[in-house]
Write a protein that binds this ligand. Structure first.
Ligand code: BES
Ligand code: MN
Ligand code: MN
Length: 438
């Protein structure tokens, strides 16, 4: 675990250019660690953006080949003053490791790394063939891995991808994730007057870009959470009855969820649709931030000329990013108030995806997790996105087994991110058990 703590000390924040050297150091750390563990040809794959780490062990002829995926980059740690211990000085408190990346995804990547290392150490060989592919742009929408996988290098050929980058539904409840939402992330750029103007002189005549941004956003989603983009829901596939009924038997208390996890006075979203369906099987439209106008202390009487809203839509099967972008742009054009011009600047996108729970690689993972956690494995979907997973299916033709060991209260992307040490060690046991069962 000491090595994991050292890994967590590297602030490999892919969204912040000033951390480029740290991002590279994290890639080299993984490469060197895999090399020392006995993997073959451990190397960095360079390209535009952050390097991929690649390493293999293919000494099990006739056995399946598994693509072991994860990411070594992390989210920015802000707001810093809310951390009990500093984000890049891992601290152990009541059975958890606290650090940025502890659960997402350094601690979980280390589960795969440690499991393989343990088997090589104890047996001198593995029961399966493995290819590690660990990326450094998952958190920032980088395209390096996408270009690499889409070019279908023969060195990626494998039977299934194994991913530890999701969460368990509840403590002690082993969980397989069978669906991820996709995403369209970008900025709405709003322009009114040529330059900022005195609000007394020009108020009543000049268009206000910040107000326009608010009007545009309000036009795109109503108070009941329905997204007002014509055509957006056309391709939304209703979850099957068996999936819905499986979700109904999950141990869950909506009131407790509202109070303890969300912490708001009420939940939002489409009232006629059940909560899990809203979070896992419906598209979303969210505003992440609005930049523009005067936000300093005191007052300044100005009509802002420009505003930028960062927004995203989460996508569900069978929506496709390209089509959603076109629909969004059409709806945006209609929502622009008089005197204003607005445009959408795409930053990144990813398709949604589903995994067949009947797939043999999924079933055997569920069995192995059940054995280690002594509880029947549950199947859920995830509201988040892991952009490359759709392409593993499309370009490589392989299913992804998402066996995650995070917990709902791990605070990923938030202050005081943590990872349960018990789950870390049970995760390693489960992966060893799984690979041995194949
Ligand atoms: N590991 C998460 C995905 C995830 C989120 C799994 C919630 C389980 C629960 C992943 O690192 C992530 O945060 N993805 C981003 C992708 C985006 C930046 C394109 C996301 O979902 O926001
Ligand atoms: Mn992740
Ligand atoms: Mn993440």
């Amino acid at each position: 675990m000491n090595d994991l703590l050292n890994f967590l000390r590297i602030p490999s924040i892919s969204a912040l250019p000033e951390h480029a050297a740290d991002v590279r150091r994290a890639a080299e750390f993984v490469r060197d660690w895999l090399d020392r563990a006995g993997l073959h040809g451990a190397r960095l794959i360079e390209g535009e953006g952050n390097p991929l780490v690649f390493a293999t062990w293919t000494g099990a002829p006739g056995k399946p080949t598994l693509l072991l995926y994860g990411h070594y980059d992390v989210q920015p740690p802000d707001p810093l003053d809310e951390w009990i211990s500093p984000p890049f000085e891992p601290a152990i408190r009541n059975g958890n490791i606290y650090a940025r990346g502890a659960a997402d995804d350094k601690g979980q990547v280390f589960i795969l790394m440690e499991a393989v290392a343990r088997m090589l150490r104890e047996n001198g060989k593995l029961p399966v063939n493995v290819k590690f592919l660990i990326e450094g742009e998952e958190e920032s929408g980088g395209e390096h891995i996408e270009k690499y996988v889409a070019s279908k290098p023969s060195e990626l050929a494998s039977d299934a991808a194994i991913i530890c980058d999701t969460a368990m539904f509840a403590p002690d409840l082993p969980t397989i994730t069978t669906g991820l939402r996709g995403i369209v992330y970008g900025e709405i750029h709003v322009q009114g007057a040529r330059t900022d103007l005195h609000s007394g002189d020009y108020g009543g005549a000049a268009p206000n870009a910040v107000e326009a941004a608010a009007q545009i956003i309000a036009a795109l989603k109503d108070r009941d959470g329905h997204i007002r983009i014509p055509g957006l829901y056309e391709r939304v596939r209703k979850p099957g009855e068996s999936e819905i009924s499986a979700w109904k038997s999950l141990p869950f208390n909506a009131e407790e969820f509202r109070e303890k996890e969300v912490g708001s006075i009420a939940l939002a979203g489409e009232p006629e649709i059940s909560l899990f369906e809203r979070m896992w099987a419906r598209p979303t439209f969210e505003v992440h931030g609005i930049r523009g106008g005067f936000v300093g202390e005191g007052s300044k009487t100005v009509i802002p000329a420009r505003a930028v809203a960062k927004i995203s839509l989460r996508l569900v099967p069978d929506q496709q990013p390209e089509e959603v972008i076109r629909s969004l742009e059409a709806a945006l054009a209609k929502a622009v108030p008089p005197g204003i011009t607005a445009s959408f600047k795409l930053l990144s996108s990813a398709a949604p995806c589903m995994v067949d729970p009947g797939n043999v690689f999924v079933r055997k993972a569920a069995d192995a997790m059940k054995k280690i956690f002594r509880h029947e494995t549950v199947y859920v979907r995830c509201g988040g996105s892991i952009p490359i997973v759709g392409l593993f299916q499309q370009a490589l033709g392989i299913p992804s087994v998402m066996m995650g060991f995070g917990l709902p209260d791990d605070n990923i992307h938030a202050p005081n991110e943590k990872f349960s040490i018990a789950n870390y060690s049970r995760g390693i046991d489960a992966v060893v058990e799984y690979f041995s069962s194949l």
